[in-house]
Design a protein around this ligand. Structure first.
Ligand code: SF4
Length: 397
């Protein structure tokens, strides 16, 4: 009987994109995809560690499969939990994982899958396209630099070739993915003192973005966006009347407020193909909390960025991420976040209650001292204010 696999993905779009590569990796090894989790001889769980609850869901699923699946499938864990274990030189995190989930047969580091497998996509018209992996920023609450490691950019030509190939197959919308797309290319242009040659032959001067308050990181993201917008459909594909063919919508996530450059704003303003829904995680509206989060901007700088974006891109819709109950966040510091939310006029926000994550600076340095009930209260205030404006209005009148 041939071996079959099923991939269960937790977490963000980057994990979804990774799972598409893992599927290719399994196909290349002669496995067939299983339509259901119960019918698979091997189950791969692509994990997320952004919050403790995400880890708990993985543990719960492993226990459930071990108890109830008649085929007794091989259980493979990959993704962020394994990334953390691989980078933890003490070996403690891996020992903890084995103890927590003795049912698991294999812990598969994503590095073993590599980046050469093409993504196996079910959808033709829309695609997630990773442009970088990892992060150098070390926000004190965030586990990503420990699970994915330092930022590595995919070569410019690889990204363009993949999107050209997608366009030739009928893809119309791409979402460029990275933990921080704005710093894309910083590792590619290190020695490009005389400029960087794009695959099109154009020589460009890297755009400098802010690091610790100074413009010192050279990046290529605005150029990548421009080049992606230029990708046309293959001449052999039939055109839909009234449409130009090729990539018609370009989206990107995630991008940070401190290195969202004026050049990037100009590129978006000039290219109508680039989506006007921009996600800019603010995380807090109080300068002291932002500093303790190791976010390199103040509330004024953040609001000024929104102003500059809206001046040049009048139809921009800004969404955000906010963490409530960060260690030692006082009621008045939380009120500063409420004030910022009112001023920023966000389209929507992902509001999260702070969750202590292993190895992070916040976990090492601060007590998670805001009681859960208070985190809940702050969560509801912001969620109502930003995400349920209509219902709030109804309630008021
Ligand atoms: S920028 Fe900060 S929040 Fe985003 S992935 Fe990097 S460390 Fe995490």
């Amino acid at each position: 009987m041939s071996q079959t696999f099923f991939i269960k993905t937790f977490g963000c779009q980057q994990n979804v994109a990774d799972s598409q590569r893992i599927a290719s990796y399994y196909l290349a090894r002669g496995y067939k995809p299983s339509k259901t989790i119960k019918g698979a001889s091997e189950i791969v769980i692509n994990t997320c560690m952004i919050r403790q609850s995400a880890e708990d869901r993985v543990t719960g699923l492993v226990k459930n499969i071990a108890k109830s699946h008649k085929l007794k499938p091989k259980l493979v864990i990959t993704g962020c939990m394994v990334g953390m274990a691989t980078r933890d030189e003490s070996g403690k995190y891996l020992r903890d994982l084995r103890k927590r989930m003795p049912e698991v047969d294999e812990f598969l580091p994503l590095e073993e899958v590599g980046f050469d497998y093409p993504a196996l996509r079910n959808e033709v018209e829309k695609a997630w396209v990773p442009i970088s992996n990892g992060c150098n920023n070390f926000c004190t609450f965030c586990v990503v630099p420990f699970t994915r490691g330092r930022e590595v950019s995919r070569p410019f030509a690889d990204v363009i070739d993949e999107i050209k190939d997608l366009a030739s197959k009928g893809c119309k919308e791409v979402t460029l993915l990275g933990q921080n797309v704005n710093s894309y290319g910083a590792d590619l242009v290190k020695n490009a003192t005389k400029g960087y040659e794009l695959p099109s032959g154009r020589i460009v001067k890297p755009v400098m973005v802010k690091h610790l308050g100074r413009f010192r990181i050279p990046t290529l993201f605005p150029y990548l966006l421009e080049e992606v917008c230029r990708i046309k459909a293959s001449p052999s594909r039939p055109r839909i009347a009234g449409r130009s063919g090729g990539i018609q919508t370009v989206k990107f996530i995630s991008s940070n407020p401190w290195d969202f450059s004026d050049e990037l704003i100009d590129v978006i303003a000039k290219n109508p193909k680039i989506d006007r829904n921009l996600h800019l995680a603010v995380q807090a509206g109080d300068d002291k909390i932002l500093k303790r989060m190791n976010r390199w901007y103040t509330r004024e700088e953040y609001l000024d960025l929104l102003k500059r974006i809206r001046n040049k891109i009048p139809n921009a819709q800004i969404s955000t991420d906010i963490i409530v109950g960060f260690p030692k966040e006082t009621k008045s510091q939380f009120q500063n976040t409420v004030k910022l939310a009112k001023e920023a006029n966000f389209a929507y926000a992902y509001v999260a209650k702070y969750s202590s994550r292993p190895n992070t600076a916040a976990t090492k340095a601060f007590d998670d001292n805001v009681p859960y009930a208070e985190k809940e209260r702050r969560f509801h205030i912001l969620d109502q204010l930003i995400n349920h404006k209509g219902s709030l209005r109804t309630a008021v009148h």
